[in-house]
Design a protein around this ligand. Sequence first.
Ligand code: PEP
Length: 249
Amino acid sequence: MKRPVLAANWKMNNGPTAAKAFMDTFLAGYSPRSDRTVIIFPSAVALTTVANSSANRKDVLTGVQNIHWAEKGAFTGEISATMAKDAGAEVVLVGHSERRHVFGETDAQCAKKCCAASRAGLTFMLCVGETIQQREAGETERVVTHQLREGVSQTQNLISADFILAYEPVWAIGTGLTASAGDASAIHTVLRSELRQMIGTRADEIPILYGGSVSPSNAAGLLAAPEVDGLLVGGASVEPSSWLAIAQT
Ligand code: PEP
């Protein structure tokens, strides 16, 4: 029986005022549920707002969209895992495709971020996914398994309580194009088997989420697919009514 993880990545939307209004509306409509976990990834400036709004809700976690791997220091504009935790984060998103492709984040940096999150006692959600060119060249499996292996290469003791994997094909993010449930399932199966090679049967407890143009109309089909343990949602999570529909799928 799956216990789905439904995650909202607001990207660069919803400052503290909008975040408070969103959480008031969302939580008023979303009754506590023990059969799934919701994670909201607001902008860093709205972390505390979201964490405070969901403080009484064990089923709703707060995540940070990005961290620096260092504990502290001369890194203007960056925040560390411990600072994010202090502001209310429980989960860290690492290697989102916009971080990799817009800001040039590398696998080596992702590995340091996963390690920093884990050291700080935060769960990390590592994103992997192929570009359209890699897909058309038949390289999807090689690309995503490589990103997985590299991303966790510095993290000891991978366990389900600390680690979530998200398959997000780059060509599907923010484009309106979605992997079919069958395609998502096939790649998740590859990732699961790679995880099993790495950590044995503990791999079966690691949630593998799909992300890429998820909407209220396609969420149920994707969520029902074998090996799809949840959804990571960008555009359709920014506004409370569509997010509520997806979270209640
Ligand atoms: C995302 O930001 O992780 C994402 C999947 O975006 P979208 O749902 O807009 O494709």
